[in-house]
Structure formats: C-alpha cells, structure tokens
Design a protein around this ligand. Structure first.
Ligand code: KG4
Ligand code: ZN
Length: 391
C-alpha cells in the first residue's frame, strides 16, 4: 500500500511517500519512496518562537514544491500537459478558498501532472497550530479530489508514537515489529508532556500529564532566559553536556511533584526556580553550563521517576518515548538505565535519528495502522483541523 503523508502542524513542512507491506508474522515494512522536511526555524527565530500566521504562509508556499520534489524522488513525477477539467477546477478552487497562495501553485502543478499511483493520503489534523494544520488538511483534500484517493486524518501525537515504534534498517526502510499491548508511551514535545497507556487497536488512556508547562516548553523558556536562540532544547542540551563533562553543578533546582502520589507532572515551578536564580544576572559561560546541567538533571529525574511509577502501576510490555524532546540523549539513556535496573524484560522503543522531531514518515506509519483498524473511507467534509485534539 502506497501512502502519501503530509505534516504541517507547527514549523516544519513535511511530505513523504512510503510503500507499506505486512509480513505473515505481522511485521510491517515501510519502504521510503520519498521523504522531505523543510524547517522554518530560521524564519521564526527572530520572534523567539513560532508565529502561526507566518507558519501558515510558509506551508502554503512550500507544499507544492516539496510535493514535486518527492514525487520526482519516488519516480512518480509523470508530466503530461492535459489541463484539469473545469468542473474539477471549480471544486478545487472551492476547497482551497482559504489558501489563496497554495491554490494557484497547486492548480498549475495539477495541470501538468499525471495521477500518481498512491492508495491513501494521510494528513495531520491536530494537535498543533490551527492555521498551520488547515493548510495541510485543505491541501490533502484537494489532492484527494483531484486524484480520487481517500484521506485519513492522523493525530500528530500518534505520529510520535510510531516514530518510536519504527526501527530503522537504513534511511530508506523502517519496520514495526509485531506489538504486544499494553505499551506505555512517554510523549514529550513543545506542547505535550504525558504518559499514555497504549491498548490493543491503538486506543490511548492518559495515565499522567503535565498540569502546566510541557517539557519542551520549559527547555525553550529557560533557554530564552539565558539569551539562547529558539528552539532552546538543543541549546540547553549542548550546554548541559559541557557542564556534565566538568563535574557537579553549582546550582540546585527543585524536582517538582515527585511526592504527588500520581503520574502527573508540573514544570512551571522548576522554570520559576531557574528564573529566580538567573534573572538579571550576567552569567559566565561556565555558570550557564552549570544551570543547564542542573535543569536537565531535574527534568530527567522527574520524567524517569514518574515513568517508573506508571510502569509499576500498569505493567506494560514495552516503554516508548516520542516527541521532539526525545532527541535528548541524557533523557533517553536515563530511561534505558531505569529499565535495565528494574524491568529488564520491558522493551524500550525510541525514535531513529531523523524521527525525533516532526516529520511526515511518522504520519504515514500511523496511517497504515489506522487504516487497518478503520478501512472505510472518511468523508472529506468531516475532516477538520483541530488544534487541541487529544491522542
Ligand atoms: O515534537 P516537536 O518537534 O514539535 C512539537 O510537536 O512540539 O518538539 C519540539 C520541542 C521543542 O520544545 C524543542 O526545544 C524540544 O522539542 N527539543 C529538545 C531537544 N531537541 C528538541 N528538548 C531537549 N533536548 C533536545 N535535544
Ligand atoms: Zn511534534
């Protein structure tokens, strides 16, 4: 089954084409026919965060050139100057009414493109920035109308789950092994920090979540306080590594909610403690490294202990970590050590190199499994962008 997937929930415009094949032992192999991610970070950096209207404009500008490039990569770009018929043109114009920049680019492209051999279009419909999500959703609907291919809306956080489950053979091939449920998912990104129990059929039960800031958000805020560029996660990560290489930190920050008796998180107190310590101070590079190290240790300890508590309570077959913060090696290694020490039989899934942050491959992987659960085509008019949808 060939799946074209589209991801525009935040500041990455991503499209992929995969060919999915399921073996008799239920291992699913995904051959990557095309895969591209265009990051807008340079554009948003000057605002210190992602600016939704700008993200929308950039997605609208970039989707068609990216689609062209990956169709070419997949050897599916067959040009043939047969303009689309007037009825279809009118329909596509109506679908793309709110995406004027995109409409012109897409209609011109479709005028010269033969229908590619795709079976399913998958698109992220939330959670994320709604104006950004809508561009991807409307783009998917227009392609669906032009090519008569069904669209499957995919939850972005479920995408992150599949980023972890897919093991990379090489960058052109991933496979998801037969899975045993329940699994425990630790999802940590710019907007989310949650522990979810993943049940058979991919239904999710939240067993812990943040009461205020997400981990990625706390990283970004602390980085900003230190005058570091957006996104702050990788910057703090680098400083923390340098700090650890030197030894003990001179700072001591709290580990919030460790004694709360549940699996919930709260990170705003930690952020405030860091702010209090650093505000209006001109830190030396060494002090910045120490602060980053202690902040990262505090976050990691909370994540590891809450994850351990959730494992004790729910005894999953496997633990997985997904979302942009999973790029943090210290966090991944600390979780692995906890498993090795206390639960050597619990398998640990984490994303491969290109799959920590937002990407379109994860949306295609999730779509294969969702389509298996619900193979009926979803009516296009029922597909909407939903900024706050839960997993
Ligand atoms: O999943 P993602 O790419 O986008 C969202 O869906 O939010 O996650 C982005 C978040 C940002 O807050 C970023 O600072 C954080 O992931 N991040 C990291 C690291 N790399 C990215 N946080 C800690 N350590 C990292 N190495
Ligand atoms: Zn994400």
């Amino acid at each position: 089954m060939r799946i074209l997937s589209i991801e525009t929930s935040c500041d990455e415009t991503a499209i992929a084409i995969v060919d999915a094949q399921e073996a008799t032992d239920r291992t699913v192999t995904f051959n990557v026919l095309g895969n591209a991610i265009l990051s807008q970070i340079d554009i948003h950096q000057q605002y210190g965060g992602v600016f939704p209207a700008l993200a929308k404009r950039e997605h609208a500008k970039n989707l068609v050139p990216i689609l062209r490039a990956i169709l070419e990569e997949a050897e599916m770009l067959h040009l043939n100057a047969v303009p689309i018929e007037n009825d279809l043109r009118a329909k596509l114009e109506a679908t793309l009414e709110r995406e004027p920049g995109l409409a012109d680019l897409l209609l011109d492209f479709l005028d010269e493109l033969d229908r590619p051999a795709i079976d399913l279009i998958a698109v992220t419909n939330g959670p994320g920035l709604e104006p950004a999500l809508w561009v991807g959703v409307n783009f998917a609907k227009a392609l669906s109308e032009a090519w008569s291919i069904p669209v499957l809306p995919i939850n972005h956080m479920e995408g992150h789950v599949f980023s972890a489950l897919a093991e990379e053979s090489d960058t052109r091939q991933y496979s998801v092994p037969p899975l045993e449920f329940p699994m425990l998912a630790l999802l940590v990104s710019g907007g989310h920090t949650e522990l979810d129990l993943v049940q058979e059929g991919f239904s999710y039960e939240a067993v812990g979540q943040t009461r205020d800031d997400a981990v990625g958000e706390a990283y970004d805020k602390v980085a900003r306080l230190m005058g570091l560029p957006y996104p702050g996660g990788p910057e703090i990560d680098k400083l923390a590594k340098a700090g650890k290489a030197k030894g003990e930190s001179r700072f001591s920050f709290p580990r919030p909610m460790l004694a709360s008796g549940d699996c919930d998180f709260s990170l705003s107190g930690l952020k405030t403690a860091v702010m209090y310590e650093l505000k209006d101070k001109d830190l030396t590079d060494e002090e910045k490294e120490d602060a980053a190290q202690e902040f990262e240790d505090a976050v990691t300890e909370v994540l590891v202990k809450k994850t351990k508590k959730a494992i004790d309570e729910h005894m999953p077959t496997a633990l997985l970590i997904g979302g942009g913060v999973s790029a943090n090696r210290h966090i991944r290694e600390s979780l692995q050590e906890m498993l090795n020490e206390h639960y050597p039989n619990i398998q640990f899934f984490m994303p491969g190199k290109g799959l920590f942050g937002d990407n379109a491959l994860m949306i295609a992987f999730a779509a294969y499994y969702r389509n298996k659960e619900q193979p009926e085509a979803v009516p296009l008019e029922s597909i909407t962008a939903q900024g706050n949808i839960r997993i």
